[in-house]
Ligand binder design. Structure first.
Ligand code: UDP
Length: 313
């Protein structure tokens, strides 16, 4: 008998790649998404596949799924800074009420639950690179607090369901990830820079551009998440690419790669923007035997081709 997985947020950037991976691994997928920031185009190729079912539903409300469920992967949430600034209440609700409902479904179905958490639980970190045992530096009332605190609550309730209801749980802390199906207009640096470069517009680096990020290609991330799902590790695991770069250097890389004539301009830094971010992946390496395989140059080339096709350039 095939196993069945529920993926909340399955029409999103990461969720849709996860649906593909699970199906490729011989697992049936029930994708639930309310399409607030997800996009049906991301899963169009799966429609009609006998191992795939799409349910349009907001997971902050009671979730009903017929039949056996073996795995629940909770990926529903606005996830880019402009999305969660646009939908602050929905972001808080899906991280709290949505996680509660998804955990309730896991308990009911006796399914293993995996939470998509985030490097944002570390906030503007004072420990660098970030290890899983660092508790973070989050401003609860700042603009990013709606996402960070929702995910921190989500981790807390996931551990509570594990400890008090004996639900099998996994927590992945996802660092900046990129690749095909990212929305050009999601406001993140990577699609913003590519969009600007391809259209010959100014590239908007926020602040002095000295802040750092570490970008992971989507296939590497999905591989790490699948390994975590199949592992026995209950405590959070960082999955990301430790190769760190400043945002200014990254903007230069995009200009070079696209051959664009765009200028790089410096604009205001958003409030609470983390100054550094880099995963320590020692734990993922040792317990999941995982590390990223796709170099930034390879990953960016693949992603550039995707954005070009979207922009018809
Ligand atoms: N950023 C930028 N220009 C943009 C969008 C973002 O310089 O048009 C900066 C942002 O301030 C942050 C970094 O790039 O320091 C990465 O931002 P992103 O929104 O991609 O993700 P974050 O890691 O902040 O969640």
């Amino acid at each position: 008998m095939k196993k069945t997985a529920v993926v909340t947020g399955g029409a999103g950037f990461l969720g849709s790649h996860l649906c593909d991976k699970l199906i490729a691994e011989g697992i049936k997928v029930i994708c639930i998404d309310n399409l607030l920031t997800g996009n049906i185009e991301n899963i169009e190729h799966l429609m009609g596949n006998e191992n795939f079912l799409f349910i349009k539903h907001d997971v902050t409300n009671f979730i009903h799924v017929p039949g056996n469920v073996d795995y629940i992967l909770h990926f529903a949430s606005p996830a880019s800074p402009i999305d969660y600034l646009k939908f602050p209440i929905q972001t808080l609700k899906v991280g709290s009420l949505g996680t509660h409902k998804a955990l309730g479904l896991a308990k009911e179905k006796n399914a293993r639950f995996l939470l998509a958490s985030t490097s944002e639980v570390y906030g503007d970190p004072v420990v660098h690179p970030q290890k899983e045992d660092y508790w973070g530096n989050v401003n609860p009332i700042g603009p990013r607090g709606v996402y960070d605190e929702a995910k921190r609550f989500a981790e807390a309730i996931t551990m509570a369901y594990n400890r008090y209801h004996c639900v099998e749980t996994r927590i992945v802390r996802i660092f900046n990830t990129y690749g095909p199906r990212m929305r050009l207009n999601d406001g993140r640096a990577l699609p913003a820079f590519f969009g600007q470069a391809l259209k010959g517009e100014d590239i908007t680096v926020f602040g002095d551009g000295k802040q750092t990020r570490s970008f992971c290609f989507v296939s590497d991330l999905i591989d790490g998440i699948f390994r975590l799902l199949m592992s026995n590790e209950v405590e959070p695991v960082n999955i990301g690419n430790p190769e760190e770069i400043t945002i200014e250097e990254f903007a230069k890389e995009v200009v070079k790669l696209t051959g664009s004539k765009s200028r790089i301009i410096f604009t205001e830094l958003p409030e609470d923007d983390p100054k550094v971010r880099q995963p320590d992946i020692t734990k993922a390496k040792s317990i999941l035997n995982w590390e990223p395989k796709i170099s930034r140059s390879k990953g960016l080339e693949i992603t550039l081709n995707y954005f070009k096709s979207k922009l018809n350039v």
